[in-house]
Design a protein around this ligand. Structure first.
Ligand code: GLA
Length: 391
């Protein structure tokens, strides 16, 4: 693959002398959904689909970017001095945004560069292709120009990616995706406290089990507006709860602290939103412990409860995701399944016993097509390392 990527780079940019090759995985969140924006816990892992990049420094200040996934006659080109968002630059605004974020922190490249990208992450499925591209760009910049970043470097790369996403692309999101991609470790899930960025890596035992990603192929149109609306509702709930305690984020409130005040919130909707975040946080803590002790049965049950909470309390699921999750729950080989990512379409993640995995795959495919009159896509994923240089 690395040689193929170099060939593709050469066909765009003349030759492949001195080209370096990099990779960044996508991510799937096992549990801890819609908690990162509220200073809560998450438990994502990198997946065996992602983006590769090949890059080389230039002698002038031009930046040229080409993606095999968005073919165009010419690469997107701009000067290092002109890091403004341009609609016509499409996907290339993500790497440009990372350059912009680096510059904000006084990391200014000494020259321009050429970069070629190629990815096999299913597009629009909520598996973090944008965060993968951001962190990949960060790794390329750091390596090509030898920037020394604040330690731990992977956390800084994640924060720079999030800065590009939030303030250059104008998309609100938490820190989970970039951290999962920057900090990923083979065969481990990342248990991350999004309030402090403290983390620990927990082994995921996939000898006897299979991690499935089931793509509903429902497009995620509502996701941006509803994501922002949920954040506002949670901010309002927090504001009301602060009458009874000095919490600065919903993620700091325990279920026991929440219970006596919940009935006094001004609107049942606010109660449900806050309840999701607060209970999901506790579930994520319990899930991390279950994973650490190898209790995958309990882990699976927590996944199922997480889905129900996203369906009824946070209300970010949809018919397609519910159909997939419910079909999984009925299957004897499935330990647990839930929608993953922001919601309103995208994917379900399922943990399945290896010896029933083929039958599971067949059954889900058939039942989803029967109920939803559309095909899903099913991927068996392994857990690779995080974003890094390959050669
Ligand atoms: C999106 C965001 C993440 C996180 C999830 C929901 O993927 O990018 O930061 O908020 O939604 O858990």
């Amino acid at each position: 693959m690395n040689d193929r990527l170099k060939q593709l780079f050469a066909s765009r940019f003349g030759d492949a002398a001195d080209v370096r090759v990099y990779t960044a995985p996508g991510r799937v969140n096992l549990i801890g959904e819609h908690t990162d924006c509220h200073g809560g816990y998450v438990l994502p892992c990198p997946i065996s689909f992602g983006i590769r990049g090949a890059a080389r420094m230039r002698k002038d200040s031009l930046v040229r970017l080409y993606s095999e996934n968005f073919p165009s006659p010419e690469p997107v080109a701009f000067s290092l001095e002109d890091l403004t968002y341009r609609k016509e630059h499409g996907w290339a605004n993500y790497p440009k945004g990372v350059l912009w974020a680096f510059r904000n922190h006084k990391h200014v490249p000494s020259s321009g560069f050429d970069a070629f990208f190629w990815g096999d992450l299913p597009a629009g499925a909520g598996l973090s292709s944008s965060a993968a591209l951001e962190v990949l760009t960060g790794v390329i910049l750091k390596d090509l120009f030898g920037f020394s970043l604040e330690r731990p470097e992977a956390c800084t790369l994640a924060k720079l990616g999030q800065e590009a996403e939030n303030h250059f692309m104008g998309v609100q999101s938490g820190i989970m995706d970039q951290c999962a991609i920057a900090l990923g470790t083979p065969e481990h899930a990342l248990f991350l406290d999004c309030g402090t960025l403290d983390y620990r890596q927990i082994p995921v035992p996939l000898q006897e089990h299979v991690l499935f990603i089931l793509d509903s192929r429902k497009s995620r149109e509502l996701v941006t507006s509803e994501y922002n609306r949920r954040r506002e509702e949670c901010a309002q709930a927090l504001g009301e709860l602060q009458r009874w305690g000095s919490w600065s984020a919903l993620g700091e409130i325990s279920p026991e602290e929440f219970a006596p005040h919940a009935p006094h919130l001004s609107d049942p909707l606010l109660r449900r939103r806050a309840r999701h975040v607060i209970l999901e946080n506790r579930r994520t803590l319990e899930a991390a412990e279950a994973l650490e002790t190898g209790d995958l049965k309990s882990f699976g049950k927590l996944m199922n409860r997480s889905h129900l909470s996203l369906q009824f309390d946070y209300e970010v699921s949809c018919r397609e995701l519910d159909c997939l999750a419910e079909t999984c729950w009925q299957h004897s080989a499935c330990l647990g399944a839930r929608m993953t990512g922001a919601g309103f379409g995208g994917c379900v993640v399922a943990l399945v016993q290896k010896d029933g995995a083929s039958a599971f795959e067949e059954d889900i495919r058939r039942e989803y097509a029967r109920h939803m009159e559309r095909e899903c896509r099913i991927y068996r994923v392994s857990i690779p390392g995080g974003a890094r240089r390959l050669s």
